[in-house]
Every structure is written in structure tokens, then in C-alpha cells.
Design a protein around this ligand. Structure first.
Ligand code: IMP
Ligand code: MG
Length: 180
């Protein structure tokens, strides 16, 4: 199978989207201490860009959840890394690269709520609502995209393509027909 990538969101469009999200979050959380809960690994580049545009006191936490094998959702979510410090009484903002079926984020929200935070909200760079199986809406969503598998700007396909500065749709080209 031959994979090819098709440009979907340019680096400058990503910059505009991230700046807009930061502006809205700055207005919402002004004067508060905000605990980012960055979902590894796909959200690291987004989170790094976003947090440098936030004005309030920001604390960085990571969570890692496995729900994917290649391009297929396995349906189950397993945490392989949890934050070291308690989120009790904190304002928590879950930072996601993409909301797809919503299973990962739903499981993360359940875990965070069990910590008794002061508040919890979700910020996602990309949203694919067409594929949602959980009733879940991001509080802050950068860009709604159609049902494409996307890579770049932190997003991977089997760990590849994360370094790309733009976002691409990954396509499987049909096998070339051999000459008769
Ligand atoms: P969900 O649990 O189905 O919402 O999927 C969440 C996770 O699956 C995301 O945080 C991504 O890591 C991964 N994922 C979902 N869609 C894509 C995609 O189009 N490209 C790369 N990773 C994706
Ligand atoms: Mg991934």
C-alpha cells in the first residue's frame, strides 16, 4: 500500500487558529492559575505553541492514553501515564490534538472529574464530529474537519509525520495497474 499526504491546514492557518484559541482562553481564565493537561503524544506541539501565548499562571501536566492502533480506533482507552500532582481544586484544561470518536477525551474527563477539580474544560486543535461515538463537545475547538485521517503538527500515523509543520490528510493510493 502506498501512502501519500495532501495539504489540509497550512502553517500560517495553524498559527492563526492557535492565536485565536489563546485569546479566548486568556479572556476566560484571566487572573486564575490554569493547569494544562496535555494529552501525549500528539498534542505536544500544539500545547507548546498555545501555552506561550497564554497570559495567566500556567502549570503543565501530561497524560497518556492509548486508544489507537494505526488508523483504527480500538474502542478501549488505557492510561499509560498520569499526572504526578493532584488536580484537586485546580482549573484544568485538557489539551487535545484531535477529537475523533471522543472515547479518549471522555475517559480523560471521567478521570479528571474523579480528582475533584475546581473546573475542567477541553481545548482541541482539530475536531472530527462526524466520527463521534461519545456525546462530547470541546469547550474550545480550533478547526472542524471532515472525516480524514490527518498527520503533521504532532499528529502521527504509526509514529510517522509528527514533525511536519503543516497538517496533511493521509491517503492510500490504489495500487498502480500493471501494463497489459
Ligand atoms: P478518539 O478517542 O477516537 O477521539 O481519538 C483520540 C486520539 O486518536 C487523538 O488524540 C489522536 O491521538 C488519535 N487520532 C484520532 N484521529 C486521528 C487522525 O486523524 N490522525 C492522527 N491521530 C488521530
Ligand atoms: Mg496518535
Amino acid at each position: 500500500m502506498h501512502l501519500s499526504v495532501k495539504p489540509l491546514v497550512s502553517a500560517s492557518a495553524i498559527r492563526r487558529i492557535v492565536s485565536h484559541l489563546a485569546h479566548v482562553i486568556n479572556c476566560e481564565y484571566e487572573g486564575r492559575e490554569l493547569h494544562l493537561l496535555v494529552v501525549l503524544k500528539g498534542s505536544v506541539i500544539f500545547a507548546a505553541d498555545l501555552m506561550r501565548q497564554l497570559d495567566m499562571d500556567v502549570r503543565l501536566n501530561f497524560i497518556r492514553a492509548r486508544s489507537y492502533d494505526g488508523r483504527t480506533s480500538t474502542g478501549s482507552v488505557e492510561f499509560t501515564l498520569l499526572p504526578e500532582s493532584s488536580l484537586q481544586g485546580k482549573h484544568v484544561l485538557v489539551v487535545e490534538d484531535i477529537l475523533d470518536t471522543g472515547r479518549t477525551c471522555a475517559a480523560i474527563l471521567k478521570w479528571v472529574r474523579a480528582q475533584s477539580p475546581a473546573s475542567v474544560a477541553v481545548c482541541t486543535l482539530l475536531d472530527k464530529p462526524e466520527r463521534r461515538v461519545k456525546r462530547l463537545k470541546a469547550d474550545y475547538a480550533g478547526l472542524v474537519i471532515p472525516d480524514h485521517f490527518v498527520v503533521g503538527y504532532g499528529l502521527d500515523y504509526n509514529e510517522r509525520y509528527r514533525r511536519l509543520p503543516e497538517i496533511y490528510a493521509l491517503e492510500c493510493d490504489p495500487p498502480k495497474s500493471s501494463p497489459a
